[in-house]
Each structure stands twice: as C-alpha cells, then as structure tokens.
Design a protein around this ligand. Structure first.
Ligand code: SF4
Ligand code: MSK
Length: 671
C-alpha cells in the first residue's frame, strides 16, 4: 500500500527546494521525495529483524521467541545488522582518510601535480604529537614521515592506532579496560565482517563490543587523520564569507556542481576554474566564466576553506539538476544517488564520476589521479564548458543565504583568547557560570522520510533559546546555513540571553559550522580540549554536551554515533531505529536497544538512543545537560540570570546622558 503523497511544503521547509519540487511535478519527473512516498519501508527490515547473511535465509523474525533457520535469535540478528552498518560507515570514512594519506605521501615526494602543503604550522604540530622530528627539516620531509605513519595505521595488526593517544587519558584507560582500543583501522572492519559470517560471533553484547572498537578506528583513526591531512594540504579553516542554497547557481556562467566527500578533486577543480586558460575557454563558449558550487560534504570542504558556495545538502542533489542550469555534476564518493543519471537525461547536465571506486551506469567517467590532478580537473571543466551550448530552459530559485563557516577547533581556540593567550578558558568559564548551559553537536544527513531540514532547524532553534551553543557539521550545517543561523548577528534576538552575550563578546554566530562528516573529529578534539582546560571534569562524559543526528540516513552516521558514544557522549538519532524490534517490545527484541543505551552508558558514560519526536529530543538533551551540570556541582541554569551585558546592554546605556552612563559603566559619579 503506497503512502499518502505529500505536497512540496510537506516534503521540505526550504523554499528553494519547494520550487524545484513543483517544477519536478510539472515535468513529471520523480525525485527521492516522491520515491519515498511510493516506497513503503519494510517494517521487518527497518526494525533489524531480517537476516540475509546466508543462503538458508533470508529469515524474517516476526514473532517473539522465533529464530532463523540456524537458530539465530532476534538480538543476535539485530546486533549483526548493526555492526555491519557501523563497519560500512567506518570503512567509507577511513578509506577517504587512506586516500588523503596517500595524497600527502605523493605531495611530499613531488609526485602530485598542483598540490602544495598549505598549513606547515599544523603539519609541525601534528608531527610533534607522534615524536616525528621537525627541527631543521623541510615540510616535505616531515610530511613524508607523517604520511608513512598514517598509512601504516590502516594495515597495523597489533598494538594501538597511534591517533588514539589524542583522547583524554582517562578515556584511553576506559577503552583499554573494555578491550576496545582499535589495533588497526582495516583490521577492525575485516574482523567485524568475519564475526558476522554465519556461525561466528552470536552473543549480541560481544558483537557490539567489537562495533565500538571498529567505530573508534574511524573516529580516532581514519576520520581524524583525514581531517588532519586535509588541513595540512588545503589549509586549516578559519571564518570566511560564503553562501548557501540553489540560488548560488548563475544564469550567465557555466555551472559546475561538485558532490561527494573528498577535497582532493574539488580543491583542484577550484584551482583549475581560476586559471586564465579555463576562464578564456568559458568566455569563448559564450559564458562569463565558470561558477563552482558544492553539494553534501564536498560542499562543506570547499566552503570551509575557500568560501565556494554550497548549492545544497543531500536532498538537493537532484534539485540542482532540476534547475536546468547545471552543465556538469562532478561526483567522487559517498551519498551520490544513482537516480542522478536518469534525472540528468531530462536536461543537458552531464554526471561525471571520477573515483576509481565509483561508477554509475550512464554517467561519464573521467578518472581522477592525484599525480595529474590539475590536468584532469581542467579536462573535466572543459567537458562542462563544451556542454554550455546545450542548455535549455532554466529555473534557478532566487533563494540563497549568507553564512560564515570555517570554525575549526584551532580557530575556536584562537578566537576565544587571541594570538597570545589562545585557550578554551572563556568557553569553559561561560559553561561553568551558566551563561552557556551546555553544548549540542547537531550533525548528519537529510532523510526524505521526514520533512527536509525541518528537524535540524527546529531542534537547533529551540536549543539556542535555552542557551545551548551549537556546533554543526555535514548536511545539518547546510540546513542551518540556508536558514541564516550561521551569521554573526542574524537570529541573535532569538537566542538565550546568556549565550547571546557570549556570541556578542567573542563575535561569533550561535551556531558554529565545523565542517564535513569526517570533521566530526574536530568536535571530539574540542571536547578533549575543554576537558584539558579544566573545570568541567576529567573526561568527555562529564562535559554538559549532547550529539544529535535528527535526519540521519547513512551508515556513516551510525559509525559517528558509535564512536561519539564510546568517547562518552549521549547521542540522539531522529527517525526510525534500526534495532527497534517488535512493536510494544517487552523482552527478546529489546535487548540490543538496551545494550546500546543503558549498556554502553555503564561502560563508556555515553549512550545511543533513537527518538522520533523533536520535542522529546530537545527535552532529553536539556535533561542530560542539566544532569551533567549538577554532577559537576555547577550552578543551575536560569533563563533570566544573564543578559545585562553585551551589545544589548551597550545600546541601552547609549540612551543615557553621559554622567549616568559613566556611573553605570565605571561606578564613578559625575564630577
Ligand atoms: Fe537465517 Fe541464520 Fe542464515 Fe541469518 S544466518 S539467514 S538467521 S539461517
Ligand atoms: S554528506 S553522510 S548525507 S551528512 Fe556527508 Fe550529508 Fe550524511 Fe552524506
């Protein structure tokens, strides 16, 4: 039975998306939104109760006490399904990290055309963490050693992944005690697949213990090193002006949209698009130049560093093509819908795949190779420019919003204290006093099963009112950008008075864009630095902080959630639970949900829950933050306690006669 069809307004809260959905309807073209309406999810599979790992199945368990042909129980099947999803997510992130490490190696050996080491300071800081000698050595010599160390982490068989030592000392001890410190990034993923083959690990708790180890190899391994190397090669982000939404596409220019995850190709396309030969080539084709924009996390990578606009988040990849104004959508890896190719056939858009790992039937494949990166990037742009003449009718929504992205943990540290006393002290103090009640990381994807961008922005807005500082990554950050929440002054009138004072004093937006999906590791680093600064406990699980992925859909989100939980965070997912089990579950099918919440909380201090109702997400976030504040002995948060300083107070004082103002500010009576 098909679900009831939703209207464009019910599909998305974004006016640009709504306009494109109306256009799709007029043209009779389907999108993920309409396919989601037509495709009713299987209620057995979505609850984690279907096993198809061997040829005796698939076994669908629908009754309490039922088992698969091999005797597998529902909790075993759910745990196996969950660890397989987490492992796929960890593999995706970490393979991205591996490619970054190989690129660093090639750059260090002068084998990567067009790339340079942009952030030598970060290279030296990171190398020092692993005792790689830096004094008297060239950046390339240091980079060569760091690349070798990072490449080794993937195939390492014994010991500990080297990056794990960047976690708080107490946390490392917890991992050791629970036997979850990752040995090698690839090893944990392979072992997860081995353990879940028919007839292997069948104790759900034991399976989930390895899920934690695999995810930690992602968060404190593959993803963390991906972020390190991206910063070293392309620059550590700092605030920069950008724009977001489909209105960044330009009528008079060749529009090239880069989509996927890795910055290696997109950064080179940015460089190629600015060369005189490409600009001339575009002009000869009748355009004013090449206009680049991004979708998904590739967008975040080049937005954070270069201010290149984001055309949209995950659910806007098809909508960008529906404008009719995109000459080429250039994709690398992850979150690329197969439907793009069929959709593009209605327009002139070329879908260009570039990764040796990703081909889509019907697309154009121009394989990327970091050794000839600039040449390939120019070739890709020429294909797009040649396609400009084929453009038909266009409809670009006149909807875009400014934003300030670029809040790397290095920049947050700097902005809080300046060059001479960079420190997390002011942030810790603001949390301790209650000006900032706590921190929420709102991250992750879009999912057409819910209203596009609604959960992200509703939860963000409501938490801001309660003095919660928000950090964001991934498609969630693009959702907030489109709503104007990533601008200095914009929306501060809707922010709690204590948080507002901090934002005004430091000069930051109340929502900090910290990057792409792999950059969730920046959030782990911030939490570690908060702990190391002192005053908020001696481990991440004591910090009044919560992670939320309200519109999650990818397996990577599950890996991120798991490594955050194992790092001590309370993580709330929206949407449906992949381990929900039977409706009104009471016994068997409750076990895995219990293990990943109360079970993991007992071991790691963090827990994972799936909560569909946004108001419940908000209530649980605040309840958790207040519980952590109380445990630290911090004062109870009061909405009205602050708000008598900052810009608001200054404006108030400006109204007063000089003598009274002097008295109010300095406590000195007029002469
Ligand atoms: Fe069925 Fe067991 Fe095979 Fe899974 S492993 S498909 S439960 S027989
Ligand atoms: S792109 S993983 S939809 S955040 Fe990183 Fe967005 Fe989720 Fe893909």
């Amino acid at each position: 039975m098909a679900r009831q069809k939703r209207t464009p307004e019910e599909h998305s809260i974004d006016p640009a998306a709504q306009q494109m959905l109306i256009r799709a309807d007029q043209l009779g073209i389907g999108t993920a939104f309409t396919r989601a309406d037509n495709m009713v999810p299987c209620n057995i599979g979505s609850a984690g109760m279907c096993c198809k790992i061997c040829g005796m199945g698939p076994c669908r368990l629908t009754k309490e006490g039922e088992t698969g042909v091999c005797g597998a129980t529902i909790d075993t099947i759910q745990a196996r399904n969950l660890i397989r999803a987490i492992s796929a997510g960890a593999a995706a992130h970490s393979d991205h990290g591996r490619d970054m490490a190989f690129t660093l190696k090639a750059v260090a050996n002068d084998e990567a055309e067009g790339y340079v080491i942009r952030d030598v300071a970060k290279l030296r800081t990171i190398a020092k963490l692993y005792d790689i000698p830096i004094e008297g050595r060239s950046p390339k010599e240091i980079a060569n050693d760091l690349a070798d160390l990072y490449i080794t982490q993937f195939g390492q068989q014994k010991g500990e992944v080297a990056l794990v030592k960047r976690a708080p000392a107490k946390r490392q001890k917890i991992w050791k005690e629970n036997g979850v410190t990752p040995r090698g990034i690839d090893r944990e993923v392979v072992e997860a697949l081995h353990r879940t083959h028919i007839g292997d690990d069948q104790d759900p708790e034991h399976i989930l213990q390895h899920a934690v180890r695999t995810a930690l190899g992602d968060g404190w391994g593959g993803s963390l090193l991906a972020t390190d190397v991206s910063d070293i090669l392309f620059g550590t982000p700092a605030p920069i002006l950008g724009q977001a939404n489909l209105g960044v596409l330009k009528e008079n220019m060749v529009n090239v949209v880069v989509h996927g995850h890795e910055p290696t190709l997109s950064e080179m396309i940015v460089a190629a698009s600015q060369t005189p030969e490409i600009i001339e080539y575009a002009k000869a084709a009748g355009a004013d130049g090449v206009n680049l924009s991004g979708i998904c996390c590739t967008a975040n990578e080049i937005l954070m560093r270069q201010g290149i606009p984001a055309a949209g988040n995950f659910l806007q990849q098809e909508l960008a093509i529906l404008t009719g104004a995109v000459e080429a959508m250039v994709v690398d890896v992850q979150c690329i819908m197969q439907a793009l190719v069929g959709l593009a056939a209605n327009f002139h858009t070329k879908v260009i795949t570039t990764s040796p790992k990703v081909k889509i039937k019907g697309s154009t494949h121009i394989e990327f190779d970091e050794h000839k990166a600039l040449t390939i990037a120019k070739d890709i742009l020429r294909v797009a420019i040649d396609n400009f003449k084929n453009r038909g009718e266009t409809k670009i929504p006149d909807v875009r919003e400014d934003l300030i992205p670029g809040f790397s943990h290095e920049y947050i540290n700097y902005m809080l204290g300046g060059s001479y006393r960079a420190s997390f002290r002011p942030l810790n103090d603001a949390i301790m006093s209650g000006r900032i009640r706590g921190v929420a990381a709102i991250v992750g994807c879009n999912n057409p099963r819910s209203q596009h961008d609604y959960l992200h922005t509703y939860v963000t807005r409501e938490l801001l009112k309660k003095d919660i500082l928000i950090v964001e990554t991934g498609c969630g950050a693009i959702a907030s950008a489109k709503l104007g929440l990533l601008l200095g002054e914009a929306g501060l009138d809707q922010v709690g008075s204590g948080l507002r004072e901090v934002c005004e004093t430091v000069g930051i937006p109340p929502v900090l864009h910290m990057g792409s999906c792999v950059d969730n590791t920046r959030i782990l680093t911030v939490l570690t630095q908060i702990v190391e600064e002192g005053g908020l406990g001696d481990d991440i699980d004591q910090v009044p902080a919560v992670g939320l992925a309200p519109e999650w859909m990818s397996e990577k989100a599950l890996s991120i959630g798991t490594y955050c939980v194992a790092s001590g965070a309370y993580v709330i997912f929206g949407g449906s639970s992949p381990v929900s089990g039977m409706p009104d579950r009471v016994s068997d099918s409750d076990i895995v949900a219990h293990l990943i919440s109360a079970g993991w909380e007992e071991k790691y201090g963090g827990k994972m829950e799936f909560i569909a109702d946004p108001n419940e997400m908000i209530a649980k976030t605040l309840e958790h933050i207040d519980k952590k504040r109380a445990a630290l002995g911090l004062p109870e948060w009061h909405a009205e306690k602050y708000g008598r300083s900052g810009d608001a107070r200054m404006l108030e004082l400006e109204e007063l006669p000089f003598a009274e103002r002097r008295q109010a500010i300095y406590g000195v009576a007029a002469d």
